[in-house]
Design a protein around this ligand. Structure first.
Ligand code: BES
Ligand code: MN
Ligand code: ZN
Length: 526
């Protein structure tokens, strides 16, 4: 899909225009419910007097098409009106932007059904919506672009006869002349929306691709493609090399199937280090890359187990973020560490009660082989210390307990720097990743004490998400700011939304992108 700016006046007959409409109980027929009415009616004079306003309820996420007057052979203009519901309910920025993304997704889906070649969105007409969300226009534009791409996403790679959803339309953002140039806030917003959307597509594809295809080797291929395309450095370690590094906890998970083990280390500055200069201290992103989680010997029940193909959603979000960073040629150095394997039972699989030695030197008694994510991550966190990072952010579908606590729309956020965690939460909400802080007090560690080793890999079921986070905290290199996102709930959806079909959501991808882009400012604040 091509998205670019175009002059407000440069219209083509047959274009499809998208406009937002509020719901009003008092006067259902009134075109006054149209946001940006003056701008739109100046461009399309027939719009306000159209006879079919009655058909447009303005109900949230409903779409109505109004057809312009026929003039000879010319194709008629069409306006896709998308409802926002009762806009008085838009009480805060994040929920209003969430509505805007969904509305945009619904509108684009409708445009596609109409087989629109070019869709126009008139930027001056968006000011009232930006005011409702209490943001500047560029912030809204970035979310609308992300919403459009999110709504147009579909995973069809494995359908032999994919359903015809219509051609991908191009989107034109109509602005006053002169058009927003490179470096302008609107131009940046468009680039970020596009890059974030591309990242979202990659992350969703990786989650949706089944585990017989999306193996650790497949993640390696994806990393290779990114490295080649954007000049990132890439180190790949296979099972033997991971063992040699001393990652006994990670190795315990892949020992059932060592062919399916990779440690991927991507460095956005790896490919272009100026001669004689040392690398800048990076921001390190660590992602859980369990390509399928059966639970291992502590086997999971069959119900919904197929969703465990998404147990690499943390890794997927990080790869998606890196794609976006590559597209934007971002200057901030990022190192991504992705331990990837599947968690399988088998004659060589790790057993409950086995004790392993981690990279950090601490020993762990593996009580439950289904608590495998923390085994991969504890070694990856310790490994991150080698890069002398400014901070470590890990992202993982770590515990079912996080889903029990927060449901499947919200992820748990933990960290050893409350201000940094709060800043990330604040930055994540407007891009649609809802995060909520959880406690990380040391007394929870009572649960993790082992009779035979330094610690166990699980406590009781109660407080399971906290226990897992506290386990990880033991492996964060001394003095390094660290934030942990437990995304087990929102990484995968069984219900479609207008800006995201059922399956992988790409949760955290755009948060990571914004985090990296804003890092210098955040670091000073935190
Ligand atoms: N991958 C799961 C967590 C998960 C659950 C992700 C539901 C997505 C949806 C993780 O490896 C796991 O199995 N965790 C166990 C931990 C328990 C054994 C302490 C869990 O949450 O049940
Ligand atoms: Mn598990
Ligand atoms: Zn898992």
């Amino acid at each position: 899909m091509d998205i670019s700016f175009t002059p407000l006046q440069a219209r083509h007959p047959g274009d499809v225009h998208v406009a937002f409409v509020a719901q009003s109980e008092e006067d259902r027929r009134s075109p006054d419910r149209l946001l940006g009415k003056e701008t739109l009616c100046a461009l399309l004079p027939w719009l306000s007097g159209h006879a079919a306003w009655d058909d447009c309820s303005g109900e949230a996420l409903s779409t109505t098409v109004l057809y312009g007057p026929a003039e000879g052979e010319r194709p008629v203009d069409r306006v896709v009106l998308v409802g926002l519901g009762d806009t008085a309910a838009c009480k805060d920025t994040w929920s209003c932007l969430a509505l805007a993304r969904k509305a945009m997704g619904a509108a684009l889906t409708r445009c596609r059904e109409l087989r629109a070649g070019t869709v126009r969105l008139h930027l001056p007409a968006l000011e009232p919506l930006a005011a409702l969300a209490d943001v500047d226009l560029p912030v809204l534009v970035e979310e609308l672009v992300a919403g459009a791409l999110g709504g147009l996403y579909a995973y069809t790679a494995l359908k032999s006869k994919p359903k015809d959803q219509g051609p991908m339309p191009d989107l034109r953002l109509a602005a006053d002349d002169p058009l927003p140039g490179p470096g302008s806030p609107l131009h940046k917003a468009l680039s970020r929306g596009l890059a974030g959307g591309a990242g979202l597509w990659l992350a969703r594809d990786l989650v949706n691709t089944p585990a017989n295809l999306a193996t650790p080797a497949y993640l390696e291929d994806t990393a290779r493609t990114l490295a080649a395309e954007y000049g990132f450095g890439l180190d790949v370690y296979t099972a033997g090399e991971v063992l040699e590094l001393g990652m006994g906890a990670f190795a315990a998970v892949f020992q059932a199937n060592p062919d399916h083990a990779r440690l991927l280390v991507l460095d956005t500055h790896g490919g272009r280090k100026p001669a004689g200069q040392s690398h800048a201290a990076p921001l390190v992103l660590v992602g859980k890359g369990v390509t399928f989680d059966t639970g291992g010997i502590s086997l999971k029940p069959a119900l919904n187990m197929e969703q465990m193909k998404g147990d690499m959603a943390g890794a997927a979000a990080i790869l998606g973020c890196l794609k976006a960073l590559g597209e934007l040629k971002a200057s901030q150095r990022v190192v991504a560490i992705i331990p990837a394997t599947d968690n399988m039972p088998g004659p060589l699989a790790v057993r409950p009660g086995d004790v392993v030695k981690t990279l950090a030197g601490k020993t762990v008694e593996i009580i439950n082989t289904d608590a495998e994510g923390r085994l991969l991550l504890c070694d990856a966190l310790a490994y991150a210390g080698r890069f002398q990072p400014e901070a470590i952010i890990d992202v993982a579908t770590l515990t079912g307990a996080a889903v029990v606590a927060l449901g499947d729309h919200v992820a748990a956020i933990y960290g050893n720097r409350p201000l940094l965690a709060a800043a990330i939460q604040r930055l994540a909400m407007p891009v649609g990743d809802l995060l909520w802080p959880m406690p990380l007090w040391d007394f929870y560690f009572e649960e993790l004490k082992s009779d035979v080793a330094d610690m166990k890999n699980v406590g009781t079921r109660m407080g399971g998400s906290v226990n897992a986070a506290l386990f990880l905290k033991q492996f964060v290199p001394d003095g390094v700011p660290w934030v942990h996102l437990d995304i087990a709930g929102p990484a995968f959806k069984t219900k479609a939304a207008p800006d995201c079909p059922a399956g992988g959501t790409g949760f955290a991808t755009r948060t990571l992108l914004h985090l990296v882009l804003e890092w210098k400012r955040l670091r000073i604040a935190g």
